[in-house]
Unconditional design. Structure first.
Length: 182
């Protein structure tokens, strides 16, 4: 079973993916987390891309980042949860080619949505410490991601596997909503 969580910054993707991971006993892979880990470990290609793209709120090109994910999912037969990937049409095309080659399908996509105002409030209240969590970068990321996510949302909606979730509700209510749509 392959499940994807997409949505803007601070929509609760990490939280909901973790809750579902425990419930279904599936590993979670966050493209952002994989990129940050590779950057911290000194991967020169990723570090360069991190500084060039991530710290400006931009997406790292798929040819640079996909290898990080592919290494993790290559031998997982029971499935996995992806957090905020695919995020662009380029990501989607590469991921779909990979899935087709492996004879795999995405089971469900949860689009957690929150307003820009809610995102700003959650950012202010957050204790999360990441170099790309700067108010200006967050705002740019939101604008870029909202635009880049359109073809991804459309694709999964057309497949009939996209579930739009109001992420502004209580964590437990959102989790129950997600479970009811599986």
């Amino acid at each position: 079973m392959i499940i994807i969580f997409i949505g803007p910054p601070f929509a609760g993707k990490d939280t909901q993916a973790a809750l579902l991971s425990r419930k279904l006993d599936l590993p979670i892979f966050s493209m952002g987390g994989l990129i940050r880990d590779a950057h911290k470990s000194g991967d020169k290609v990723i570090s360069h891309a991190y500084n060039k793209y991530t710290l400006k709120g931009l997406h790292i090109p798929i040819n640079i980042k996909f290898g990080l994910l592919k290494k993790r999912i290559e031998n997982l037969d029971d499935g996995f949860i992806l957090n905020n990937f695919p995020a662009t049409e380029e990501d989607l095309n590469t991921f779909n080619k990979y899935l087709t080659k492996k004879n795999l399908d995405v089971h469900k996509v949860f689009y957690l949505n929150i307003s820009k105002e809610e995102m700003k409030e959650r950012f202010k209240a957050s204790s999360r410490k990441r170099s790309d969590d700067d108010s200006k970068i967050i705002s740019v990321r939101r604008e870029i991601q909202d635009r880049d996510r359109i073809p991804v949302i459309s694709y999964f909606r057309n497949l009939g596997i996209l579930e739009e979730i109001n992420g502004e509700r209580d964590i437990d209510i959102v989790h129950k909503d997600i479970l009811s749509r599986l």
